[in-house]
Structure formats: C-alpha cells, structure tokens
Design a binder for this molecule. Structure first.
Ligand code: UDP
Length: 375
C-alpha cells in the first residue's frame, strides 16, 4: 500500500501528528517497538487504578489552543499537583512557598521570608548564575538548596549541580504565598480513564503495528519486494542520534528504573500522589501513589519508586541532558536532519528537548500545519 506518512513512535507526538494528517485526508501507518501505544504517557489499569507506567504525567498548560485540543479526547479531573518533599525526618511543601519557608525558618510573613533569603544570598556574592547550583543558590539561598535541591538534582541527573544547566531549576516556581500548587499554568488535570485512552482515540482509524523497530520494519518491508508498502515521508520520534547510527557520537540521556508495588489492603500509603525524597542517600527520587491522581477510593493501592539511572544503549531514554556539550552535538544531528527531504523529527527524543506534554502537542500541531502547507 502507498501511505503518505510512516510514523515511527506511537507516543503523544506521533499520535497527534497522525490524527491531524488523517483529518487532512492523508494516510499514515504508525509503528512502535513497544508492545503498546502511548509511549511514555502509557497508563494501565492495575486493581482499578490508572498506573502511570513510565513515571507520573500531570497535564498542565498555559496554551489555550492545546487545552482546547486535548479536551476533544478526554475529560480532565480537577487534580492539582502539590508534591511534598521529605528530607531526613522533615517534610516540606513544594514548590518553594510560604509553607516551605515557615517550616524551615519559622517565618510567617512574605517580608520575613524575603529578608531571610536575602540575608543568606548576600553572603554568597554570586553574579550572573553560570550553572544550576549558582542559579538555585541565588534564587533561594543555601538552606533550601541543601535540603530540597542539591541531593534530588544530583541523583536525578547523575551530575554535580555545578555541571548542570541553570534552566532545569527554572521549571520550579518560587513564590511568597501559602500556595502549594506546583504549576503556575491556568489549565491542569489528569484525564479521566487514563492517558492511553487519549492516544487510542487519536489513533482511531489509523493502522498501527506494535512490537517492531524501525530497522526491522524496513527490513521486513524490503523483503516484500514489489508488495512492499511505500511512504512519501517518515516522521521519526525516536532518538535522533540512533537514527543516524551515532555517526557523531552518542547524545546523553537519563533513564529511570521503576519499582512498582501493589499493596493489597492498604487504601492510602502516603497521603499524596507525589512524595519527593531529596536526600542523596535515598536511592530513589520520588514515590508516586497513583490513586491520588484520580481521588481513588479503592481498598488497595499501587505505588512506584523512581530510580534515576544513566542511560546506556538498550535502555529507555527519558530525559535529554541539555548541557552545552550535548546541545552542540544535537545541533550537528539537526543539521544532518535538515538535509533529509523526506524525514521529519519530532518529540523529546527526535528533537532532543526537555518537552512537557503540552509542548509536545503544540509542536506536533505546528508540524502538521506546516506539512499541510507544503504538501
Ligand atoms: N527538583 C529539586 N527538588 C525537588 C524536585 C525537583 O531540586 O524536590 C529539581 C530537579 O533538578 C529536577 C527539576 O527540579 O530535575 C525539575 O523537576 P520536575 O519535577 O519539573 O521534573 P520532572 O517531573 O520532569 O522529572
């Protein structure tokens, strides 16, 4: 069969792109090397609880276009992310706000909190922050940094905070009100029924082949000779360096190991969906209790401990490590990609970008719109 697009990767980027192109009358075939659709937003029902199999995904956006778009595919609940962080015997509210400062220093007013932070920062004499450590210190001072940032960040990224880019920490808000809402976006929630349903709906009417890698698919297709399927274009949402057979060397990624546990007879393990463990000695960064994303009342619970690990070939890549060295290497791959007429690269891995879900959707919509113009 002749298709307009072969889409490699049935994750959010690939699925949104496929759905949009289908609306424009284009034909797509989607393949994925995993045995299921939905990539890393895959959720699965375990004991009546939607479990985020590849780490917690909380939908949040400031982009009305994206919010309106995703509403067509799911109804969202009113979940608001308010993680807590455990350091030693103490528990702190996240993100950094008046509750956190009150617990740390006993301060009660914003003026007292600001004065405390200013006093701590003044001693440091940091100019323009050059790395994550300097950025964090100049924002919140050494107390917060030592308890809530340094350990978590160094185990999450496997690198010293001095060797990490400052932008990572800018994801974390700092505010002087008693507000534990992690995100500042006006739209937030968890899709009722799970994320996999969204991707199922996006891919409705589009053929999908699972459990096959791009290379194996190409080989098998070629072997069909005259019967082979043909594609005008390919959208590749896997790792861009892998696509080019690592010709300039490997990009770095962080991977994760998930330890999932069904605890029968326990209806509430930790009282919150997300509990961060910010001490360096605790090997995991957080424990997720999935039922709290959906206000679940089941008699049992499912928790997942998240252990960050360095990525090596064969592992699942979760986070691009967007430091200077990797970004420069990515730029070389991107240049190579720009020279390929019939191949598009999209998503966290195809574009080597620390994208959130809303940014993935926006980028996929933009790419689909650009394709329609040129097609
Ligand atoms: N972070 C931290 N302490 C925390 C939570 C996050 O220092 O308790 C830092 C850490 O560097 C992390 C970054 O903030 O990589 C972004 O965290 P976020 O929760 O947004 O990351 P994600 O959910 O994408 O893993």
């Amino acid at each position: 069969m002749k298709y307009d697009y072969l889409i490699v990767g049935a994750g959010l980027f690939g699925a949104v792109f496929a759905a949009e192109m289908r609306k424009k009358g284009k034909t797509c075939l989607v393949i994925d090397r995993r045995e299921h659709i939905a990539g890393n937003i895959y959720t699965q029902d375990v004991a009546g609880i939607q479990v985020h199999k590849y780490g917690a995904h909380i939908f949040h956006t400031s982009d009305k276009r994206v919010w309106d778009y995703i509403q067509q595919y799911a109804e969202f609940n009113h979940y608001i992310n308010s993680p807590v962080a455990i350091y030693g015997d103490e528990l702190y509210n996240m993100p950094f706000n008046m509750n956190t400062f009150n617990k740390l220093w006993g301060v009660k007013t914003p003026a007292q909190a600001k004065a405390k932070i200013a006093e701590q920062i003044a001693e440091l004499q940091i100019g323009e922050p050059k790395n994550l450590e300097e950025q964090a210190l100049s924002l919140v001072g050494p107390d917060v940094y030592a308890r809530l940032i340094k350990g978590y960040t160094e185990k999450q990224w496997g690198r010293d905070c001095k060797d990490l880019p400052a932008f990572i920490i800018k994801r974390l808000p700092l505010r002087f009100v008693y507000d534990n809402n992690y995100f500042t976006d006006p739209y937030q929630g968890i899709p009722k029924g799970g994320y996999t349903r969204i991707v199922e709906k996006l891919l409705e009417g589009i053929p999908v082949r699972l459990g096959i890698s791009y290379r194996d698919f190409l080989k098998a297709n070629e072997a069909k000779g005259e019967e082979a399927d043909s594609f005008a274009k390919v959208l590749y949402t896997g790792m861009i360096d892998e696509y080019f057979e690592y010709c300039f060397g490997e990009l770095q990624y962080r991977s994760l190991r998930f330890e999932e546990e069904l605890i029968a007879g326990c209806d509430n393990y930790q009282g919150n969906a997300v509990v961060n463990y910010t001490e360096r000695q605790v090997p995991y960064t957080r424990i997720i209790e999935h039922k709290h994303f959906e206000f679940g009342t089941q008699p049992d619970t499912v928790i997942t401990r998240e252990y960050p690990v360095e990525w090596k070939r064969g592992d699942e890549p979760y986070y691009p490590v967007n430091d200077e060295r990797n970004n420069a290497l990515y730029a070389k791959y991107a240049q190579l990609a720009a020279g390929e007429q019939h191949i598009l690269f999209g998503g966290r891995l195809g574009q080597y970008r620390y994208y959130d879900m809303d940014k993935v959707i926006a980028a996929a919509l933009d790419m689909a719109a650009a394709e329609t113009k040129t097609a």
